[in-house]
Design a protein around this ligand. Sequence first.
Ligand SMILES: Cc1cc2nc3c(=O)[nH]c(=O)nc-3n(C[C@H](O)[C@H](O)[C@H](O)COP(=O)(O)O)c2cc1C
Length: 368
Amino acid sequence: MEYKMLFSPMRIGSCEIKNRIVMSPMLMGFGQLDGKPTKRMLDYYEERARGGTGLIITEITRVNDRHGAAAFAQLAASHDYHIEGLREFAERIHRHGAKLFVQLHHPGRQNVGLAVGTVPLCIAATRVCKSFPKLLFKVAPKLGKTLCEKNLTKASVAPSACEPSYFAGGRVRALRHGEIKQLVRQFADAAVRCKAAGVDGVELHGTHGYLIQQFLSPHTNTRTDEYGGNFENRLRFLREIVEEIRKRCDDYPIIVRLTVDEFYDKIGREGVGYGLDLGVEYAKAIEKMGVDAIDVSSASYDTFNFWLEPTSFETGWRKYLAAAVKKEVKIPVLAANLIRSPEQAEAQLEEGIQDFVSLGRPHTADPH
Ligand SMILES: Cc1cc2nc3c(=O)[nH]c(=O)nc-3n(C[C@H](O)[C@H](O)[C@H](O)COP(=O)(O)O)c2cc1C
């Protein structure tokens, strides 16, 4: 087999990607407490670029330290001091002809309360005591578990004071209007930093039940101001982020990773959240916003098995989601959908299901 499509170039906005192979975002926990990359992290990602992948998308990267940190060792783009590390990151990926996008993220209610408010304190403590992270990683699992179980941690944030998410638990409070405006600016600030660092583009994380999806979902967004109540209002948070990035970064490439079906019906909660029909409407509206590509995914923490499916699922079982979006939009469609062989990848490209094949766990297993 020749894999003609798999190894043909394609553009995402102004960025040309040498082939259709994407390393989908995966949190590895190789960062520093303050959000800078470590040598280990850069080596890890660079090896995947050396292996021939066309586009590398980073793991969830925080834009807000106070309630937006989802892990103690994740990458961040929340301060200007992150630009230097991101620049080195981009340079190491570019050495191999690959491109780098940073995935900008806020967990919203899908956060453990332990991470809310504590990250800035931990960063400050590390400045005073270099070995603080060692101590933190020793005590956090046990102490954190106890604090979470006793509900002694801070509330995570969401569009509304909705039920806590399965898996994260804890208390949830509604974002204040001013906090939403501040978050819009923080997403755009992060994009500005990525651009300044020579990163090729950003991916906005609107899937897997995190904050942007929480705004889109009638399940977690019951606001009565201009950010909730109908389709347009639920889309407003994402629209404002995209507009702010466009205003400050011109035609800098933007991908939106989008849940097109929350799959509540698969856990016996029919009528909760949104399904494929509305998901495709969101994709169409996102294209109209001027976004450069859509990365199709599904579900949330409540329906965990339907975005990070066990490998016992049939390969390509959810390719119909990408196909439904591809039929309605002209911009490139990326999708991770249990692709496990080059033959399957080529076939899905030829069938017109998607334009890029995203591989998560295959990249972990084999960087080349
Ligand atoms: C360890 C791990 C961490 C992940 N972290 C992220 C993440 O940071 N952002 C994201 O959008 N998806 C994340 N995902 C989901 C992957 O990007 C991908 O959608 C999923 O693994 C399905 O693709 P695959 O079957 O090729 O692995 C993660 C998956 C794994 C296995």
